[in-house]
Every structure is written in structure tokens, then in C-alpha cells.
Design a protein around this ligand. Structure first.
Ligand code: GDP
Ligand code: CA
Length: 307
């Protein structure tokens, strides 16, 4: 079975890893959000691509929940001591990747090509595709003003309630090479349990990607990022409450109108399945607490084991 999965960073990464462990790396194409991308210290950082890459390469820091394992912070100490830009933490090992990526981009290589090189250099067989090679950036409108995604998420610790989102560049962004082809060639499409507003929506903001999904001839299954109406981590629940009016499965599904056929929801949300319309609920345990749990979730989403 070949699958294409839309993914954000950490939550998405755990799910993509589970798919790879279940199906084998060469049967999985991950289409990853780039709306969070940011320039730090003159370097191009792609946090969601890197989270998926580090998870698949087995070098993610699972305890901290982001970045690389066995990380050191010498460069950052120097930056801070010199009064440099230190609001966005980049470890030494992580920095090495950003250096390589930035140099290649400056030489004119598209992000998808750079990503393919880095992925293969780390021995990862799964295809990781940025949603687009074009510049696409998420902006967050709040009462305190409008911020880039990382200003809001990292610098302001996402404390401001979100009134609206904009995906600057999406209007003209083309899907990266292979994205539409992977969607067309898939036997099953998946939306990872990522934040619908800031991880999946920026991917869907690329018109040709949304169109490819809405014209699908195979099922599309989304996995809810909420358990008992709450995000495992991050602001997804707050955003759903404010922007969709609540955190029920129907409100999660409303983010993917016309794009999904099934929604995998946690047992803790099973009492509240009203309003899903044509979307079929699949109830199971969705916390990816360890390898067994994440693999079982993948198998349920793939339909290879009953919920
Ligand atoms: P980010 O880009 O690093 O913010 O990561 P994502 O958007 O891909 O993932 C964030 C979402 O993952 C959050 O809304 C979490 O609730 C969700 N999440 C994280 N771990 C799990 C899990 O084990 N199960 C489920 N169902 N959702 C999870
Ligand atoms: Ca992200």
C-alpha cells in the first residue's frame, strides 16, 4: 500500500514514523508544512521538515519533544554572550543542518532538492516533500497585533488568542515537484494528527494541493490531534475553541470540509460523535506514547486492523 500523508512537525512526525514502521519507508510520502519556516541568524530553518526528518532518522530528542538528541548549545551560548539573535534556540548539531540547507538554497537549489539530499544523507528512505518550494509564511492575527508564526509561537509562547491566520505567498505557491503526483499515486491519503490551523491549513492553502485532495479517487483519513477535547501539546484546542466554536470531533472535521472521508478520534471523544455528516468516525486510542501505541494507531488509520 502506498500512502501520502500531510504533516506538521512533532505530532505529525510521530505519526509519519509509525506509518514508515508499518509500511516501510519507500511506501510513504510525507508532504510537510513550511508555513513555520524562519530565518534565524541568517540561516533558513524549516522546523516541521526537520522534526519529521529527525524522527525518521531516529535522532530526535524525544524527551524534549523537539530538535536533535545529544544536542549541545555552545554556538547559542556564544550568540547570547555577543548579544546576538538568541530567541529561537538552535543546538549545535541542528545548526549544522541549517548551514548546509542555507548554502544550498543560496546557490539556487530548490528546498525540495536540498531536503531530498539531506534526507538521503541521513539514511532515510521515506520521501519528505515540502508542500512548496516557494515562499509561504503563516501570519497570526491577535489582539496584540499580527505576528509571524514563530514570533507568536516561540517569542510570545503562543499566549495571544488567535483571531485569524494568513498564509502569505500561498496564492501563487506551486506544489513542490512530486507532491501532486504522490497524492495521485496513493492508495490512501492521510492527514496526520497535526494542528489543523497552523500545520495542515498552510499545506492546504496551496491551491493545487487542496484541489488534488478534493478530487481524490481514494479515501482520505484524518487523525484528530485532540484527546478528550484537549491537545496533547500546543494550542490546537484553544484555536479550535475560538475559531471553530469547540473541540468536538465534528469541529475538528470542519477544518477539513470536503477533504476527508474518515476521522480517527480518541476513545475519550467517543461520546460526542454528532455532526460529522458524511465523515465516518473511527474510534480508537490515539496517544502515541510508545512504538506499539503509535504502530497500532497507524494500522487502524490504514484500515489494516479493526479499531
Ligand atoms: P508541530 O508542528 O511541532 O506543532 O506539530 P504538529 O502540528 O504536527 O503536531 C501538534 C499536534 O500533535 C498537537 O495538536 C497535539 O495535540 C498532537 N499530538 C501530539 N502527540 C499526539 C499523540 O500522541 N496523539 C494524538 N492524537 N495527537 C498528538
Ligand atoms: Ca510546526
Amino acid at each position: 500500500m502506498r500512502v501520502a500523508v500531510l504533516s506538521g512537525g512533532v505530532g505529525g512526525a510521530k505519526f509519519v514514523r509509525a506509518l514508515v514502521e508499518t509500511l516501510g519507508g519507500s511506501n510513504v510520502t510525507a508532504i510537510v508544512n513550511v508555513g513555520d519556516d524562519v530565518e534565524v541568524l541568517g540561516l533558513r530553518v524549516s522546523p516541521d521538515l526537520d522534526s519529521v526528518l529527525y524522527a525518521l532518522a531516529g535522532i530526535a530528542d524525544e524527551a524534549r519533544g523537539w530538535g536533535r538528541a545529544d544536542e549541545t548549545w555552545r554556538a547559542r551560548e556564544t550568540v547570547s554572550a555577543l548579544g546576538g539573535e538568541d530567541w529561537f534556540a538552535l543546538g549545535d548539531r541542528d545548526l549544522g543542518l541549517h548551514l548546509v540547507r542555507t548554502q544550498a538554497l543560496r546557490a539556487g537549489m530548490p528546498l525540495s532538492t536540498v531536503t531530498a539530499r539531506i534526507t538521503s544523507a541521513l539514511g532515510v528512505a521515506t520521501r519528505l516533500l515540502p508542500a512548496t518550494d516557494d515562499r509561504l509564511r503563516t501570519w497570526i492575527a491577535t489582539e496584540a497585533g499580527e505576528f509571524t508564526f514563530q514570533q507568536w509561537f516561540v517569542a510570545r509562547r503562543h499566549r495571544d488568542e488567535v483571531d485569524a491566520l494568513r498564509f502569505v505567498g500561498a496564492e501563487t505557491a506551486m506544489p513542490a515537484p512530486g507532491v501532486v503526483e504522490a497524492i495521485a499515486a496513493a492508495d490512501l491519503l492521510l492527514l496526520a494528527p497535526s494542528n489543523p490551523y497552523v500545520s495542515i491549513a498552510p499545506i492546504l492553502a496551496v491551491h493545487a494541493i487542496r484541489e488534488a485532495l478534493s478530487e481524490r479517487r481514494v479515501p482520505c483519513v484524518a487523525v484528530s490531534p485532540l484527546i478528550g477535547g484537549r491537545a496533547v501539546k500546543g494550542p490546537a484546542d484553544r484555536m479550535l475553541r475560538r475559531l471553530a466554536g469547540g473541540t468536538s470531533p465534528a469541529q475538528v472535521a470542519s477544518c477539513y470540509l470536503g477533504l476527508i472521508d474518515s476521522l480517527v478520534v480518541d476513545e475519550a471523544d467517543a461520546q460526542d460523535l454528532g455532526g460529522l455528516g458524511d465523515v465516518r468516525p473511527i474510534v480508537t486510542r490515539t496517544l502515541m506514547s510508545d512504538a506499539d501505541a503509535r504502530r497500532r494507531l497507524a494500522e487502524v488509520a490504514l484500515g489494516t486492523v479493526p479499531a
